[in-house]
Every structure is written in C-alpha cells, then in structure tokens.
Design a protein around this ligand. Structure first.
Ligand code: FES
Length: 127
C-alpha cells in the first residue's frame, strides 16, 4: 500500500524563486534535512545534501538560489543545480544530482510523499 502524503506547508508559503521551506525527513531512519522551492510555478523538493560533499547547501536557512535565480547553488563550493531536476550543471559534482522528494500541490496545500527511502521524521528508526 502506498504511503500517505505528508503535509508540508501552504501553497502561499512558497513564493516563485523565493525562500525555500526547509523540513526534516527520516532517510533510512536518520534525521535528514530537506527543502522545497517554487520554480516556474511548480514546487520541487530535494534532500538538502550536496552531490559533491554530503553537506547542507544553504548559506542561510532557506537561501538556495544563485544570484541570477536560475539555479540552486551550494554555498560551499558553488555547485549549480537545475531547480526542476536537481541535476548539477556546474561545479565539482557536475553530472551529479540532488535526491528528489515527490511533491504534490492541491487545494492550496503542499504535501510530500514518503517512499522506501524517506519517511516522516515522526517515525524514525534511529531518532
Ligand atoms: S559541498 Fe557543495 S559544491 Fe562542494
């Protein structure tokens, strides 16, 4: 049976090219940061973990856009990621990818879907 969607935020909490909504998930039972942004009208979410070094990417909480607001940027060594796909297009991990989280948006609410890898933090195996 598929996992139920988990409510993340209201649609209005995610402005186009604005601050991300940051949240935590349990990835294989471990608390792991994640984020969601709005890009070209759609919400995209990923684990907050650079493909270069497994570190959080935002230099200030929720700040993931590069100066031109074209790409998601890792503040550590400057890797640039396509916001719709998570593909790294520039930097030391070019060709790598952010780990995506499935998102839906309906009736003004944004939700994410757990899977075999990530679960709500309220159900961690190792809190
Ligand atoms: S840790 Fe992200 S580019 Fe190096």
């Amino acid at each position: 049976m598929p996992d139920s969607p988990v409510q993340l935020c209201r649609s209005e909490d995610l402005a186009e090219l604005g601050l991300a909504v940051c949240f935590d998930v349990a990835e294989f039972g471990r608390k792991t940061p994640a984020f969601a942004v709005r890009y070209q009208g759609a919400v995209h979410a990923f684990l907050n973990r650079c493909a270069h070094v497994p570190a959080e990417m935002d230099w200030q909480a929720g700040q993931f856009w590069d100066a031109d607001k074209r790409f998601l940027v890792c503040s550590i060594h400057g890797a640039l990621y396509q916001p719709a796909t998570g593909l790294c297009v520039s930097g030391p991990c070019r060709g790598g990818r952010l780990q995506p989280i499935r998102i839906t948006e309906q009736d003004g609410q944004v939700c994410w879907y757990p899977d075999e890898r990530i679960q709500p933090l309220s159900n961690p195996i190792h809190p």
